[in-house]
Design a protein around this ligand. Structure first.
Ligand code: ZN
Length: 498
């Protein structure tokens, strides 16, 4: 039976977050522990393992670096550590392995490396050679690079946003790997790059245009035996690296219908281009949300997409908190904020006691200035909290819930994903009991917030993951690119890799 080595490296970076990310923010696991851990979380590795195990393949756990959330550009020294650890099991085991599966995100950036995933794959090929299949899975927010495409046999990509198909994505990668092992033939990868960055509600795949475009690639897979995989990647607009753009992608088993399938792909890319202006975020002012509340009441979700930790922001924006304080602090409101020094001061004061806190701007000092509030400490937590999305836990570090009039502020110390209510429910706060709920994410799964709230306002506030893309100041990505630049016309062109 074939032996497969599995590695993992997942991180998403916002170049515009001034705080560099570091190794301490990653969960590192190795060998059997790495694989065992994945049995308890909905992940690509779990999905891939379940397919391999059904075929009785022998699995070797290599190395995994999973960042708890996203962050700023990764310190080079720490990426050097990760790459060493990533390559070590490949060096040790490659001769006895028949194929390799790597679960990657795709939106990393290190201080002196704009394409860490491409670097890892190139190094891996230098060890393994070109004769054994390397298959990867990617997030649709990954930045797909030439180096990546040149050094893999095939890849699978997420099909949903908000992401709910991690397991299926891993299953798809495993099936591609099995196919490659059986045929011992490198598939043909078709790539249509599109010079556009997108954001906004139309990206919600269940209801938006983006989902329909992805579905067309899935239809091509289902209707043509030659097509092994497909997808549409949009990159992370906040990872300002040279190859940042969107892509329509197909993986072909052979070249029999390549010309026809390439045309079909170009058609999808043309539709993407035609609809690019719809795939931009509709942003509201704070006053729009307050007016709505006055007329309709709560609960109202105030989405701080600009400070989305899951996209790489720092999580320490106090802009919406300050706006609520200024508007009316007697409205029951729930606000998360990353501020390690404030959490520590709250702990030292103790539950039930009052103290004056400087809140916000703990990390992104340029964008956010602290506000001073006299608060009561309501709750302290130092334990990891249950992850309500994917199982397992989040480690937000020391967390304090403090009260200012009717506003409850959940102050945590380490960035975690905030696209679900884990930070609230894990600290004894039920978001349904509040009129304003601040969610530091552009979107969430429907049942978490939209299902029971009156309206969600994605607010045009400052932050390193602002959906107001031209406001960020990209300097590295290839220009021209929409919506940063005007582009007269776009003719989709296919690049092939085999
Ligand atoms: Zn993503």
């Amino acid at each position: 039976m074939p032996t497969i080595l599995i590695n993992e490296c997942l991180q998403e970076v916002s170049t515009f977050n001034p705080v560099q990310s570091h190794l301490g923010q990653f969960y590192e696991t190795e060998g059997v522990t790495f694989l065992e851990k994945h049995k308890k979380i909905s992940s690509e590795v779990q999905g891939a393992m379940s397919v391999f195990e059904q075929c009785d393949y022998k699995l070797l756990g290599g190395y995994s670096a999973r960042m708890m959330s996203s962050g700023g550009v990764l310190k080079q020294h720490d990426f050097d550590h990760i790459q060493k650890q990533f390559l070590a099991p490949i060096l040790e085991h490659h001769e006895k392995c028949d194929a390799f599966y790597f679960s990657l995100h795709g939106a990393m950036q290190a201080e002196t490396c704009d394409d860490p995933e491409g670097f890892l794959l190139k190094q891996a090929v230098e060890i393994i050679g070109k004769e054994k299949p390397i298959i990867i899975s990617l997030d649709l927010h990954g930045i797909l690079t030439e180096k990546m495409l040149q050094n893999i046999w095939a890849f699978s990509v997420l099909h949903t946003y908000p992401h709910v198909d991690f397991v299926e994505n891993g299953e798809r990668a495993a099936e591609l790997l099995i196919h490659c092992l059986k045929t011992q033939k490198r598939p043909i990868l078709l790539d249509i790059p599109i010079p556009a960055l997108v954001r906004g509600d139309e990206l919600i795949t269940e209801t938006g245009i983006y989902g329909k475009l992805i579905q067309q690639t899935i239809d091509l897979v289902e209707q043509n035996v030659e097509v092994l995989a497909g997808g549409v990647m949009i990159g992370n607009p906040f990872t300002d690296v040279p190859e940042l753009k969107s892509h329509v992608l197909l993986t072909l088993d052979n070249d029999q219908k390549q010309a026809e399938l390439s045309k079909a792909c170009q058609k999808i890319a043309a539709q993407f281009w035609e609809n690019k202006h719809l795939m931009q975020a509709e942003l509201f002012r704070m006053s729009d949300a307050f007016e709505f509340y006055q007329q309709v009441g709560g609960p109202v979700i105030l989405a701080d997409a600009a400070d989305a930790t899951s996209s790489g922001a720092s999580g320490d924006s106090n802009v919406i908190l300050k706006a609520i304080v200024d508007y009316d602090a007697s409205i029951p409101s729930l606000v998360p904020i990353l501020d390690a020094p404030a959490a520590l001061l709250a702990k030292e004061a103790g539950v039930g006691n009052q103290l004056t806190l400087q809140l916000g701007g703990a990390c992104d000092k340029k964008r956010f200035k602290p506000i001073t509030l006299s608060v009561e400490v309501l709750h302290i937590n130092e334990d990891p909290i249950p992850n309500v999305s994917h199982g397992g836990v989040y480690d937000a570090g020391l967390t304090a819930v403090v009260g200012y009039k009717k506003i409850k502020i959940v102050i945590f110390s380490q960035p975690i994903h905030l696209f679900d209510p884990s930070i609230f429910t894990g600290n004894g706060c039920d978001p349904k009991e509040f009129d304003f709920i601040v969610v530091k994410s552009p979107h969430t799964q429907y049942h978490f917030f939209s299902a029971w709230s009156k309206k969600t306002f994605v607010l045009d506030v400052p932050g390193s993951t602002s959906a107001n893309l031209p406001s960020l100041g990209h300097v590295n990505c290839q220009r021209p690119i929409y919506p940063l630049d005007f582009i007269q016309s776009f003719i989709p062109q296919t690049k092939g890799y085999s």
